[in-house]
Design a protein around this ligand. Structure first.
Ligand code: GTP
Ligand code: MG
Length: 302
């Protein structure tokens, strides 16, 4: 029998075998190896991944908690990747702990992993797609990625999912950011949460209206209260029957490509030096881009 401490010595194949048969510690270890660039897993399977994004504090984690309850009750295994969870109550690991504490059956079918972008150059976590593939390979049938905000790196992350849910609060102002950032174009479903507060319905109507004016084809807009458990069942039905949209696929690939490219550039050890070269006039922007391409090429070569 292996001692607990032995897990660090296990090779990738041993860990993978355990993770596939339900060993959470093995899965966790492999996720760390992926995060640290020590293991890659690009085996494609029929992945079901949902990106959940939206402005801070609109109730994304609370809503995800409700989705988890519904899905685990229906026999699904739900994995959550919480990128930069900021909510002390429901974010990241605490969400998982709470679910495990309240219902051990649910706990077994839920896996929550927090990822901090501050640990990575340029705020971009590489290889999240490998994590998604790994979850799927290990039998996790619902994979959720939560991000907050609408910066380039968040969009790059969310675009890795093949379904996107944009969550807004009852205050319309926040959503404008998402529109500007182009997240709305990638969203398959929009939810206005906190319907127990005034203006949520009005906000949903305004969003539907602005969608019908634009070029975006019909995106369902739901109104929910995660707090009062309202509107969740309809949302789950819609999510379950959602077929990944082909026309949005290229938009997502575009975002993924851009964020990976940025990540490669920023994480290059010469990046800061190149900036100094531009700053003191010894290199032009186009010369610097050529240098970067060359550096990246040499790095990527086996
Ligand atoms: N009134 C009301 N409050 C809600 C609802 N859903 C969530 N909240 C509250 O809103 C606050 C933020 O909820 P979170 O679920 O952490 O929101 P979030 O969008 O995940 O937050 P970040 O990850 O920090 O961006 C908490 O105090 C929740 O209890 C809702 O439907 N109605
Ligand atoms: Mg959250």
């Amino acid at each position: 029998m292996k001692l607990w401490g032995g897990i660090g010595q296990m090779n990738d194949e041993e860990l993978l075998l355990g993770a596939k048969s339900g060993n959470r510690r093995n899965l966790s270890k492999l996720l760390s190896r992926i995060e640290n660039g020590k293991f890659s897993f690009d085996k494609h399977s029929d992945v079901w991944a949902l990106g959940v994004t939206g402005p801070p504090g609109v109730g994304k984690s609370t809503l995800i908690g409700k989705l988890i309850e519904r899905w685990t009750a229906a026999g699904e295994k739900v994995a959550v990747l919480a990128v930069d969870p900021s909510s002390p109550v429901s974010g990241g690991a605490i969400l998982g702990d709470r679910l495990r504490m309240t219902n051990s059956d649910i706990g077994e079918s839920v896996f929550v992993r927090s990822l901090a972008t501050r640990n990575h150059p340029g705020g971009i976590i590489p290889n999240i797609s490998d994590m998604i593939n790994l979850f799927s390979y290990c039998g996790w049938s619902r994979i959720i990625i939560e991000t907050v905000g609408s910066g380039q790196s968040e969009i790059g992350v969310i675009a890795l999912a093949n379904r996107i849910l944009l969550v807004d609060g009852p205050d319309r102002g926040d959503m404008i950011q998402a529109e500007k950032a182009g997240i709305m174009e990638m969203a398959d479903i929009i939810v206005v949460n906190k319907s127990d507060l005034p203006r949520a319905k009005l906000t949903a109507d305004l969003i539907s209206e602005s969608l019908s004016l634009g070029s975006v084809d019909s995106i369902p807009v739901f109104v929910t209260s995660a707090l009062e458990n309202k509107g969740i069942d309809d949302l789950v039905v819609c999510l379950d029957s959602l077929v990944p949209n082909e026309s949005r696929k290229n938009l997502r690939i575009r975002q993924t490509l851009l964020s990976h490219w940025t990540s490669l550039a920023i994480s290059n050890p010469q990046f800061d030096k190149i900036i100094i070269d531009i700053s003191n006039g010894s290199k032009s922007i186009s010369e610097s881009i050529m240098s970067l391409i060359e550096l990246i090429q040499n790095e990527v070569k086996p």
